[in-house]
Design a protein around this ligand. Structure first.
Ligand code: PMP
Length: 348
């Protein structure tokens, strides 16, 4: 099937909105084209009174330079959550099409599917949270999903999906395969970015919310082939990334050495935290993680969650997720924060 055949007909036929900044991309002395106010009232290093660049060009250039994701193939979203929602809106006919998820995985896929009235089928991960490739292929054949989501490293389990497995599924799947690499910076696995260049049906997602320390700036990145790129640009809100956010993101990207140091720190802390957690009485199992969090099976997740909260520590109770009975998801924090967690667990 071609990309157009996979897309919703109304998206293929869409006459997109063209904003003032689409029609004029150069530099002028006087801007009277976008009904903005002629000045701002606050100190800001940039034209905060003007609408931002709908293409996020400077930011995408920096993303290309620093992250190696090709300028022509990237689109910046209001977090990768926006990218997920866009994919449902572009490919899935409400009330008709479906998506295939591995389970357990990032909860927002299902919520965005529901909002768009898209059915979700779940291929359960194995007990050790590996992807069951044969089952996934069978479910692709039977349910004919428009979107297959592969999250690597996976949230909430923390483990990665091997590059070869991702490639095998993406090659088999004749619809769209979405590879969510939100936590990729903390992993040693090869990125699926080159698959996007080989296979026009693969969409890669990254975010600056995790390793890049910019969760509040809301910068998500999609890397995709030309026709999907065009559709994403046409469907997204025209000014989806504000100047304050892209300014801060440019600062972070120009400081990538610091970020790489931070990633090394987190990986070391992850290792230390695994050891410390394993020595706690209340901990039954710590699952292997390629992310900046750990899935931890404890003796009684509900009560430990509450007891930690009483001590000022909030973790995520994931015990109602598939195969996650009595599991807490714990973010790797600073050394002091991690020590506080271990101390609190020791007091229980
Ligand atoms: N994907 C995964 C796997 C996540 O865990 C998250 C956030 N928790 C996101 C995407 C969304 O990230 P953001 O919208 O902040 O870019």
């Amino acid at each position: 099937m071609s990309i157009e055949e996979l897309m919703r007909d109304n998206i293929v036929a869409l006459e997109p909105y063209r904003c003032a900044r689409d029609e004029f991309e150069g530099v002028a002395e006087v801007y009277l084209d976008a009904n903005e106010y002629w000045r701002s009232y606050i100190d800001f290093p940039g034209d905060i009174n003007r609408y931002p660049d709908p293409r996020s060009s400077l930011l995408r250039k920096a993303i290309d330079d620093v992250l190696g994701l090709d300028y022509d193939m990237t689109i910046v979203g209001n977090g990768s959550d926006e990218i997920i929602d866009l994919l449902f809106r572009i490919f899935c006919n409400p009330g008709k099409d479906s998506a295939l998820l591995m389970g357990p995985t990032y909860g927002a896929y299902k919520v965005f599917a529901s909002i768009n009235d898209v059915k979700v089928n779940v291929a359960p991960l194995t007990e050790e949270f590996a992807v069951d490739v044969n089952l996934v292929k069978k479910m692709i054949d039977e349910t004919k999903p428009k979107l297959v989501f592969l999250c690597s490293p996976n949230n909430p389990t923390g483990n990665k999906i091997d590059y070869d497995t991702i490639k095998e599924i993406a090659t088999y799947n004749q619809a769209i395969t979405v590879v969510d690499e939100a936590y990729w910076d903390f992993s040693s696995e090869r990125s699926a970015s080159d698959l996007v260049k080989e296979n026009e049906r693969v969409v890669l997602m990254r975010t600056l919310s995790k390793a890049w320390g910019l969760a509040s700036a809301r910068i998500g990145i999609a890397m995709c082939s030309k026709k999907i790129h065009e559709a994403m640009y046409n469907v997204k809100y025209p000014y989806n990334v504000g100047l304050p956010s892209s300014t801060e993101a440019l600062k972070a990207l120009s400081n990538s050495d610091k970020v790489r140091e931070g990633v090394e720190y987190t990986k070391k802390e992850r290792e230390r935290l695994v050891k410390l957690l394993k020595s706690c009485d209340k901990v039954v199992k710590v699952y292997p993680s390629d992310a900046n969090f750990l899935l931890v099976k404890v003796t009684d997740a509900d009560s430990i969650y509450i007891e930690l909260q009483k001590r000022g520590i909030v973790v995520r109770n994931r015990s109602r997720e598939l195969n996650c009975a009595n599991c807490l998801r714990i973010t790797v924090g600073s050394r002091e924060e991690n020590d506080r967690l271990i101390k609190a667990l020791g007091e229980l």
